[in-house]
Design a protein around this ligand. Structure first.
Ligand code: NDP
Length: 340
C-alpha cells in the first residue's frame, strides 16, 4: 500500500491533481492505481511552518510518498512587497517537509520549485543545469532563494542519507481554483478577474470603489487596465496538464536532478496576446489599455522541456485557448466562492 500525501492539496495544483485522479480511468497512466491512497492536505490540517504540526501530520497519515506543493505563492506585486515573508515562510515549510520525511523514512518526495529559481542573467533557454549560475531576479529574490535551497537540500539528503528526494520546475501555472485576488494573483487569474469587473461595469452591474486607485483605476475611459507594456513573454502550463506530469514523475522518475515541467519554449505568449485570448474567452466587448508605469518582472525566461519530453515520450498538452476557456468558464461559474 502506498500513501501519497499532497501538501498544498487545496491549491491550484492540488485541486488539479484531485481532478485528474477523479477523471482518468483507474489503472491508466495518470489514473489511480490499486493500492494507492491519496491524501490532500491544506494549512487547516497543519501549519507546515511549524515543525511539531508537520510531524503530527506525518504521524497521522504515515505517507510513503509526498508531493510537496504547499508554499506561500503570489504574483510579481505581492512578491516585491514581501520578499522576507516569501523567503522565511517557504524556507520553514520546505525544511520541515524534507526533515520530517527523512526522519520518518518517506520513500520519495517531489517538491515543487518554479522557474523563478533561475538566474536573472543567464543564457536562454533555461534548462535543469542552470539553476545556481547567478542571482535570481531581484523582484522576487525571497521566494526564489527559498525554492532554490530545496534543490540544494535534496542533493545533501541524497549524499548523506541516500534519500530519494527530487523536484519539479513548472513554468507559470493557471487553471480552475487559482487565486484570483487582484493584488496577489499571477497574471492570468488577475487579468481574468479585471476583465470580469470591467465587463460588469460596461453592463452597469457595479460601480468602482470611491477611492479608485489601482487595481480599479480607469485609464482612457476603460477600467480594463493591464499592468506593464504587454510585451513580456511567458510560458504557461495548464494545471490539469501539470497534474499529469506530477503523477508521471511520482511513478516513473527517480533522480535527484530537477525536471522542468512545461510546454515547449516555442509556446511563449506575450501579455498582449494573452489579454486578447482572455478578451475572446470572456467575450468582452470593451477596450483595454496598458499602464506602462507598472512593473512587469523579467522580460522573458523561456525554459526548455527537452528533458521532460525525452523521458515521458508522447504527451499531449491542452491547447492554450482551450485551457484558458475552461479556466474562464470555471471562474464565471464559481466567482462567488473563488479566491477573489
Ligand atoms: P496555491 O496558492 O493555489 O495553494 C497553496 C497551497 O499551499 C494551499 O493548499 C495552501 O493551503 C497551502 N499552504 C500555504 N501555506 C501553508 C502553510 N503554512 N502550511 C500548510 N499549507 C500551506 O498554490 P499553487 O497551487 O499555485 O502552487 C503549488 C506549487 O507550485 C507551489 O509550490 C508554488 O510555489 C509552485 N508554483 C506555482 C506557480 C503558479 O503559477 N501558481 C508557478 C510555479 C511554481 P490553504 O488552502 O489552507 O491556504
Amino acid at each position: 500500500m502506498s500513501v501519497i500525501l499532497v501538501t498544498g492539496g487545496t491549491g491550484l495544483v492540488g485541486k488539479a491533481l484531485q481532478h485528474i485522479l477523479a477523471i482518468e480511468p483507474e489503472g491508466s497512466r495518470f489514473g489511480k492505481k490499486a493500492g494507492e491512497h491519496w491524501v490532500f492536505v491544506s494549512s487547516k490540517d497543519a501549519d507546515l511552518r511549524d515543525s511539531a504540526q508537520t510531524m503530527a501530520l506525518f504521524e497521522k497519515h504515515k505517507p510513503t510518498h509526498v508531493i510537496h506543493l504547499a508554499a506561500i505563492v503570489g504574483g510579481v506585486y505581492i512578491n516585491m512587497k514581501r520578499n522576507l515573508t516569501f523567503l522565511r515562510d517557504n524556507i520553514l515549510i520546505n525544511d520541515n517537509i524534507l526533515h520530517t520525511s527523512h526522519v520518518l523514512g518517506v520513500k520519495k518526495v517531489i517538491s515543487c520549485l518554479s522557474t523563478c529559481v533561475f538566474p536573472d542573467k543567464v543564457t536562454y533557454p533555461l534548462d535543469e543545469t542552470k539553476i545556481h549560475l547567478g542571482p535570481p531576479h531581484p523582484s522576487n529574490f525571497g521566494y526564489s532563494h527559498a525554492k532554490r535551497m530545496v534543490d540544494v537540500q535534496n542533493r545533501a539528503y541524497k549524499e548523506q542519507f541516500g534519500c530519494n528526494f527530487t523536484s519539479a520546475i513548472p513554468t507559470s501555472i493557471f487553471g480552475p481554483h487559482d487565486n484570483f485576488e487582484l493584488e496577489s494573483a499571477h497574471v492570468i487569474p488577475a487579468l481574468i478577474h479585471k476583465c470580469f469587473l470591467a465587463q460588469r461595469m460596461c453592463a452597469g452591474h457595479s460601480k468602482l470603489p470611491i477611492s479608485s486607485s489601482w487595481p480599479y483605476h480607469i485609464e482612457n475611459g476603460t477600467s480594463f487596465v493591464v499592468g506593464g507594456t504587454g510585451k513580456p513573454l511567458r510560458q504557461f502550463i495548464y494545471s490539469h496538464d501539470l497534474a499529469k506530469l506530477f503523477i508521471w514523475q511520482l511513478r516513473e522518475y527517480d533522480s535527484v536532478e530537477p525536471v522542468i515541467l512545461s510546454v515547449g519554449e516555442e509556446e511563449e505568449v506575450s501579455i498582449e496576446t494573452l489579454t486578447d485570448a482572455i478578451v475572446r474567452a470572456m467575450d468582452f466587448k470593451g477596450e483595454y489599455v496598458f499602464d506602462t508605469s507598472q512593473a512587469e518582472g523579467q522580460f522573458r525566461k523561456p525554459a526548455s522541456n527537452k528533458k521532460l519530453i525525452s523521458l515521458i515520450g508522447n504527451f499531449e498538452f491542452t491547447p492554450f485557448q482551450k485551457a484558458l476557456d475552461e479556466t474562464v468558464q470555471w471562474f464565471l461559474a464559481n466567482h462567488a466562492r473563488a479566491r477573489t
